[in-house]
Ligand binder design. Structure first.
Ligand code: GLA
Length: 692
């Protein structure tokens, strides 16, 4: 809901449990008023007339109170907007007008000297407020956007803020870390050209919240290129969070006369239901507004990568497909190695035609075979890359990102294509459209396996559009392919979880969470991932034991399956090596997953205990049904394993555990807990409950 004060200068946006208010003064100062519990318009109006503090000389009363701090004038915080013309730097704006379009509020400002129009956008969806900015060069001269953040978020005066975020690296993504915020700035981001394994673009701030209680403020950026979020505690202890595309302040884009730039969305959420409540609200928002077709179940997939790596053939894939179908897999995905001269990571990227030795009749015969087995068929691609040893690179060595006279740094023997170039976009469209038309392909795993290093476009002036345009070209290609091939689902992968954000999630059906498929490490990765993103997009595979990719850890099929069943279940082990008993057991787990899938993929998630060495568990609730997935890493000293206090149940109802047949009272489960029966090391259980 949107309410506007009579003077047309105070705006109040309200969701189901939260409100957000801003105000423009007569002096054209754009002030933040409120972000938190629901308030009424008179409350916002009362906040609007509260005087600013009377700072003298060395501090600015605007700092920490402005809704979108621009560079220049009486402010010393990190600017959200920094603009340069040939004549001057910084912004002096006047408020022009506001307009609304459905639930969208647009506030228009203008810097007349610079010829710059600035429109700030607000849209409340559930309790998530989406914010973004459009910058218009309305003057005759070019403008340089040094920095153009999507939003600045202002927190209320409180003592003892704590910052939580997700950090990582390859095979160790999305690990949750929390620490007290102190004076100064904490900056996270990526200067790698993609979202990065190092941080998901999300932060949460609280003072005393727990998993299920207390106020939590969260912000998440929808951008799949380089980005930055800066969290600042200012000299008077006020806290602001500013973020957007690009990492540095040294040139995002040049806007010629008449050109405009729209930032990605930076979304914010307030919850007083602790970290769990905040996560559930983020999940509901993504399932409702962000992820395409989120109401559809994601199928159980098999992926060939860990089983066969580059050594693939049609016959061997067909053998795996038969075994996959027999255990109940619904989507069979051929990973890397099916195209061009791709018999190792040294060659072939860029040539998106089936390797004639490996697939003499193209992909169609295998795809038809997989369909005949009752499964969907999927393939792996990495369209933004090229191996120097490829037909594409030999024909177009200038299609990559490079700088004249400098090295072309190879990572994994590959270079990054310059997707900002229209001819590269045309080539990729033609290759991928042809590929998707050549065989009945239902699913595309879209990978991105190296960071930008020598990002240059010889002949183009600075600042170069390539960083921003690469991401927009990627989005454009995905949008166009989705429109032309509406039955095809897409997965975002970047060496595991290197490209996971609200931007890519608005055009993909799921993401590859991590190349780390060790079921124990995964618990921590998944614990971090679900802080922001729903299980509905979190792909997880059961692979071989001992773990072949990382650590040789030995674990039971039970532990591996229950770990992977917390998201979108997949199987990635070498099924050709699994015994009849293992295949039979796997079939039972897949069958069980299909039963709990509606809860896992569409239900409310409660993280009952974090994975910290002993017992950890998650619970999903949907309507009258609930399921608990519990894991015991190691039992020590023969101590009893604690019962799990459940959430989201009706205390007055009774629930039957489908695994044990026991009847439990809701109040008992909520206050005294459910016993899991777990013991020893690396044990796991699935416990389904149905209201009776
Ligand atoms: C990346 C992906 C893997 C696999 C390989 C193939 O590392 O994350 O799952 O697809 O590429 O080369």
């Amino acid at each position: 809901m949107l309410e506007i004060a009579e003077n047309g200068r105070t705006w109040l946006l309200s969701g189901t449990t939260s409100s957000y208010a801003v105000h423009v003064t007569e002096d054209h100062e754009f002030l933040h008023l409120h972000w938190g519990p629901l308030i009424a318009l008179p409350d916002a109006e009362a906040l609007a007339v509260r005087p600013l503090p009377d700072y003298r000389g060395f501090e600015s009363p605007l700092d920490g109170r402005e809704e979108y701090p621009v560079e220049g004038g009486p402010r010393f915080t990190r600017p959200a907007l920094s603009v340069r013309t040939d004549e001057r730097r910084g912004t002096e704006w006047r408020f022009e007008a506001y307009d609304t379009e459905g639930d969208l509020l647009r506030l228009r400002f203008r810097d007349a000297e610079a010829g710059l129009g600035i429109a700030l956008h607000y849209r409340m969806r559930g309790d998530v407020l989406e914010r973004w900015v459009t910058l218009d060069n309305q003057g005759p001269a070019p403008l340089e956007l040094l920095r153009a953040d999507s939003a600045t978020w202002t927190l209320p005066d409180r003592e003892g803020w704590r910052l939580s975020h997700l950090h990582g690296r390859w095979a160790a993504e999305s690990r949750l870390v929390s620490a007290p915020l102190t004076y100064g700035e904490k900056v996270i981001g990526s200067r790698r050209g993609h979202t990065g394994h190092q941080h998901l673009p999300w932060v949460a701030l609280d003072t005393d919240a727990t998993e299920e209680h207390g106020e939590v403020y969260g912000c998440a950026l929808g951008w799949s290129g380089s980005w930055r979020i800066a969290v600042a505690q200012l000299p008077d202890a006020r806290v602001q969070i500013t973020g957007g595309a690009g990492h540095d302040d040294s040139g995002l884009l040049r806007l010629a006369a008449g050109e405009s730039y729209t930032t990605p969305v930076f979304a914010g959420l307030w919850s007083d239901q602790g970290f769990g409540g905040a996560s559930r609200a983020w999940h509901a928002y993504q399932r409702t507004y962000v992820v395409p077709d989120a109401e559809r179940d994601r199928p159980v997939l098999f992926n060939s990568w860990e089983a066969t790596e580059f050594d693939i053939s049609e016959e061997q894939q067909a053998t795996l497909a038969r075994r996959a179908a027999a255990i109940g897999v619904e989507l069979f995905v051929v990973d890397d190695g099916w195209f061009g001269a791709r018999t190792s990571d040294r060659a072939g990227l860029g040539d998106w035609r089936p390797n004639p030795d490996r697939f003499p009749g193209g992909l169609k015969p295998l795809a038809d075979y997989v369909h005949a087995l009752g499964m969907q068929f999927g393939i792996w691609v990495e369209p933004e890359m090229v191996n120097p040893d490829s037909e594409l690179y030999r024909a177009h060595p200038d299609w990559v990102q490079y700088q004249t006279g400098r090295n072309r740094t190879e990572f994994r023997n590959q270079l990054v294509l310059n997707l900002a170039r229209p001819d590269v976009q045309d080539y990729l469209w033609e290759q991928l459209d042809t590929l998707l038309s050549s065989a009945p392909i239902d699913y595309v795993k879209w990978d991105f396996n190296r960071c930008f290093t020598d990002a240059g476009w010889p002949g183009e002036g600075y600042p170069q559009r390539l960083w921003v345009d690469h991401v927009n070209a990627l989005y454009g290609l995905l949008d166009r392919l989705r429109a032309a091939h509406p039955g095809v689902a897409f997965e975002s992968c970047s060496g595991g979880g290197g490209r996971i954000d609200l931007g890519v999630l608005s055009r993909t059906d799921q993401v590859w969470t991590s190349d780390n498929t060790d079921p124990l490490d995964r618990l921590a990765i998944q614990h971090g991932f679900t802080q922001i993103h729903p299980a509905r997009v979190m792909a997880a595979w059961v692979t071989d034991s001992p773990n072949t990719q990382l650590n040789g850890r030995v674990s039971s099929l039970r532990f591996r399956f229950v770990s992977a069943m917390a998201g979108v279940l997949g199987v990635g082990g070498d099924l050709a090596q699994w015994t009849e008993e293992e295949l039979a057991e796997a079939g039972e787990w897949v069958e069980l997953y299909k039963k709990i899938r509606p809860l896992v993929q569409h239900g409310d998630l409660y993280r009952l205990r974090p994975p910290r060495g002993g017992l950890s568990a998650v619970q999903y609730v949907r309507g009258d049904e609930s399921v608990v997935l519990a894991w015991l890493q190691a039992q020590h000293y023969g101590e009893p394993v604690p019962a799990l206090r459940l959430r989201g149940l009706d205390p007055t109802a009774s629930y039957e555990c489908l695994e044990t047949g026991e009847i439990h009272r809701g109040a008992v489960l909520l206050h005294h807990g459910l016993r899991t029966g777990l013991r020893g090391d690396l044990d796991a259980a699935v416990l389904r409950l149905r209201r009776i």
